[in-house]
Design a protein around this ligand. Structure first.
Ligand SMILES: *[C@@H]1O[C@H](CO)[C@@H](O)[C@H](O)[C@H]1NC(C)=O
Ligand SMILES: *[C@@H]1O[C@H](CO)[C@@H](O)[C@H](O)[C@H]1NC(C)=O
Ligand SMILES: *[C@@H]1O[C@H](CO)[C@@H](O)[C@H](O)[C@H]1NC(C)=O
Ligand SMILES: *[C@@H]1O[C@H](CO)[C@@H](O)[C@H](O)[C@H]1NC(C)=O
Ligand SMILES: *[C@@H]1O[C@H](CO)[C@@H](O)[C@H](O)[C@H]1NC(C)=O
Ligand SMILES: *[C@@H]1O[C@H](CO)[C@@H](O)[C@H](O)[C@H]1NC(C)=O
Ligand SMILES: *[C@@H]1O[C@H](CO)[C@@H](O)[C@H](O)[C@H]1NC(C)=O
Length: 572
């Protein structure tokens, strides 16, 4: 109580300061902006202002006339910069932007580097990924031809509220890093409080709300009325964060979406898929086309910093009418949270959601359709999770990437299934959204069912030809989950048996992990998909071109090493 009164007093003093400052800035900015418009009436190019000017400008014009850095999040190896745009500005491409670096005492950038990626229209903004280099320098972006933007508010990745969704029941779900709570359990909500505001380092106005549940790193709290109703006080840029007793308020880049979705009377899709990936674009065509034929109607791709041009591939799949979208998910060690986030997004349109990776393929050996299996399984209506066992396939004697895809190429596997994956009904998820190793906690009254392996199983092309597997090896090293280069992890279950701590091809790799020939899915696929004339599979279409391109790029690589520069042009 006392605490609250003190904060009230503080608030009015701050408000006074805020208005004084605002009046001044409004006058200045208003003048600057109208003058600017006078000179450039028809060809208004975005003007650059430092971020402190933006709010005031908004008060004048109702929309920001400038590009600015909204927020910056620092990761161990990169910075994520959220750019804010006037609504009419065309989006930037990678070529139009540089990352710029300032040494501690300087306001002119010392170094420029190309961004690692720039992601398109994401909640009305763009996200630029910049390498962190040199260390200790602050980072911003330079819009070519326009000059550099000033550095935005900067946050650590590991003390952060990073996404927020307003749920159907009007509660707000906040995804956070830094709580380090026990996994798989609900924690005591009374130690937490949600806060809604604009700047959590120097809060001027805060809306506070009660936390309903906290589990792992997902917080569910009540949503203040003014935010639900979108009242005058509240604009698009309000963020939500979490106050932790005795530890303070987390930083935040989480803008809750206040357009609460209304559940449609009927689900649009029977089966959808949620997946999280990084640099696995090469698998996507086959995986999407195959599962579409099984009955999957919608794909939610959570992309963790891929740099293999996956967005173009996804667009090309969209163009041929697959309902597939990519969601930028750069957050570290947040796989469970990503699944929960995806389940929430899928809930309104999907009856069932499969949580599988892009090297995992559902297979129905008995020939029943996925639709029939799901119908039959949901007959006892309390079944809301199907557990499907995974068979791990080995390189199957191959030394090169199989031309007809993984399902036809890899036909030898380990005898016993290694794990299982789930297909769940998102309506039945427990409101804590707890999930662990692909299993969600369900609402009470619901249960799971184990699938008979003869009815449904997953072919997991886990150990592919060395050229492919080695990528996975590097990926693992990069994830900090299990670092195979650290001797201390030598005994980990995640390691591949027989593989050391280096990405060197083990002798006889191509014959490992082969205990049983299993050509069941191969035959099914050839039967279902082979073109009667050409014997080609649909995902194979551009094979010839791709092979030629590969040949060229191999040659280019080889010649780079020999420092002969021009062979590629000679070849072309
Ligand atoms: C939204 O309102 C708050 C407080 O009134 C202000 O600090 C913030 O700059 C505003 N943002 C925008 C984009 O209008
Ligand atoms: C920055 O400036 C301060 C004070 O002028 C000085 O003590 C410090 O060494 C400078 N730091 C760097 C990295 O130049
Ligand atoms: C959620 O809030 C909106 C707007 O205040 C209200 O109309 C609606 O009835 C609320 N829904 C629930 C389930 O409380
Ligand atoms: C794709 O699925 C979403 C639901 O997740 C739906 O709203 C949308 O209309 C679908 N798009 C197409 C092109 O079918
Ligand atoms: C995404 O990749 C990074 C490495 O770049 C890793 O640290 C992080 O844990 C990954 N995130 C998830 C959710 O797996
Ligand atoms: C339908 O489900 C029941 C168990 O719920 C199972 O015994 C039966 O074999 C299933 N039938 C088919 C055709 O999948
Ligand atoms: C969610 O799970 C918890 C146990 O983890 C249980 O106490 C609670 O009743 C469940 N919620 C619902 C809505 O069933």
């Amino acid at each position: 109580m006392k605490d609250r009164r003190k904060r009230g007093l503080l608030l009015s003093w701050n408000r006074f300061k805020f208005f004084r400052y605002t009046l001044l800035v409004v006058f200045f900015a208003g003048f600057a902006f109208s003058t600017f418009r006078l000179f450039f009436r028809d060809t208004v190019h975005p003007q650059l202002v430092s971020s402190w000017q933006t709010p005031a400008m908004n008060l004048v014009s109702g929309e920001s006339p400038a590009i600015s850095v909204k927020e910056t999040v620092i990761f161990p190896d990169q910075a994520l910069i959220f750019l804010k745009y006037p609504p009419s500005t065309p989006l930037f491409t990678k070529d139009a932007i540089d990352c710029v670096y300032f040494s501690p005492n300087s306001s002119t950038p010392q170094t420029k580097l190309s961004p690692m990626s720039i992601d398109g229209d994401y909640l009305g903004q763009q996200i630029v990924r910049c390498p962190l280099h040199p260390r200790g320098f602050t980072v911003s972006v330079d819009v070519r031809s326009n000059g550099h933007l000033s550095v935005g508010p900067t946050h650590r990745w590991d003390w952060l509220a990073y996404e927020a969704i307003i749920d159907r029941d009007n509660t707000t779900i906040v995804f956070v890093k830094g709580l380090n709570l026990r996994s798989g359990r609900a924690s005591d909500p009374s130690k937490f409080e949600c806060v809604f505001g604009w700047d959590f380092t120097r809060p001027k106005f805060l809306f506070r709300s009660e936390v309903i549940s906290v589990a792992q790193e997902i917080v569910r709290c009540k949503t203040p009325l003014s935010i639900l109703s979108g009242s005058q006080m509240v604009n698009d840029s309000i963020k939500v964060s979490v106050r932790v007793t005795r530890r303070g308020i987390l930083d935040s880049v989480a803008w809750p979406d206040n357009r609460v979705p209304h559940p449609p009377a009927r689900k649009q899709h029977e089966v959808c898929v949620c997946t999280m990936l990084r640099n696995q674009a090469r698998f996507l065509r086959e995986w999407v086309m195959y599962h579409a034929r099984l009955g999957v109607q919608r794909w939610f791709i959570y992309d963790n910093n891929s740099d293999d041009d996956i967005s173009n591939l996804i667009e090309s799949l969209e163009d041929v009418d697959f309902n597939i979208t990519r969601h930028v998910w750069p957050w570290m060690k947040t796989q469970e949270a990503g699944f929960a986030h995806c389940a929430l997004r899928a809930r309104d349109s999907c009856e069932w959601v499969a949580f599988i990776d892009v090297d995992e393929f559902l297979h129905l050996p008995s020939g029943l359709s996925l639709h029939n299996v799901l119908e039959n399984q949901s007959r006892p209506s309390e079944v809301a999770e199907l557990r499907v066992q995974c068979h791990s396939f080995g390189p199957s004697g191959l030394k090169q990437v199989p031309v007809k895809g993984v399902m036809v190429g890899y036909t030898c596997r380990l005898l016993a299934p290694e794990r299982h994956k789930s297909i769940v009904k998102p309506e039945a998820l427990n409101s804590t959204l707890i999930n662990l190793v692909h299993h969600f906690h369900l609402k009470s009254g619901f249960r799971y069912s184990n699938m008979d392996r003869n009815v449904m199983v997953i072919n997991h092309y886990k150990y592919q030809v060395w050229e492919v597997f080695k990528e996975k090896f590097y990926r693992r090293v990069a994830t900090y989950v299990t670092d195979w280069q650290q001797e201390e992890n030598v005994g980990s279950k995640d390691r591949v048996p027989g593989l050391g701590t280096k990405a060197v091809e083990p002798p006889d790799w191509s014959r490992q992990f082969c205990e049983l020939a299993d050509t069941s899915l191969k035959h099914r696929v050839l039967e279902m998909f082979s073109d009667p004339q050409t014997q080609m599979l649909p995902w194979q279409e551009k094979q010839q071109d791709e092979e030629e391109e590969q040949q060229v790029s191999i040659l280019v690589e080889q010649n780079k090493k020999r420092r002969v520069k021009s062979l590629a042009t000679v070849l072309l």
